[in-house]
Design a protein around this ligand. Sequence first.
Ligand code: 3PG
Length: 208
Amino acid sequence: MTDALARACRPRILPVATVADVAIAAPLAAALAAGGATSIEVTFRTEAAPRVIAALANSDLVVGAGTIRTVAQVDEAIAAGAQFIVTPALDDAVVERCLDAGVPVLPGIATATELARALALGVEAVKLFPAEPLGGAALISALTGPFPEARFVPTGGLGAHNAAGYLRLPQVLAIGGSWMVASKLLAARDWDAVRRLTAEAIALGAQG
Ligand code: 3PG
């Protein structure tokens, strides 16, 4: 597995943050690291996202870009310092651009057909999205029958209440979620809560 992807998935918890203010990048990274996280996915849902990624690129965290929908965004994210790319949907051109650049990509898939297409493109793992509405851990188990080589990073609707069901599956490399970096916590600069919720999530990952 690509080193950046292996490091991003090692504690099996991938925090997914939407950050509008680059000024909070450093305290956010510190709180995540204090909670035991080793990675962060910064969504491309704010104008500040590339600058936040650049600000985090020299932190202790493996920094990825999420919500990537276009080839232009792939280029922008990699230029900013993103070490992995996450997409909400499967787009061949986006995946190929990442692979050509040697940057690991977790493309969003929601069906067996999309999973087959992603594997044929040569990805190491996929993001099942949105995992909970689609069927959650039961869907991953069902897909593993015909696709035993598939590896998953499910996100969408996950939290401390349902993480264990995913983490007990060996084909789940990590789970992604925003619950430990929820927008209201970031808006309140509640770094103690970010650290605590991250530590609780990492503990779940260690048990899985
Ligand atoms: C997303 O892209 O929205 C992520 O998958 C995070 O989902 P969540 O906010 O439900 O954790």
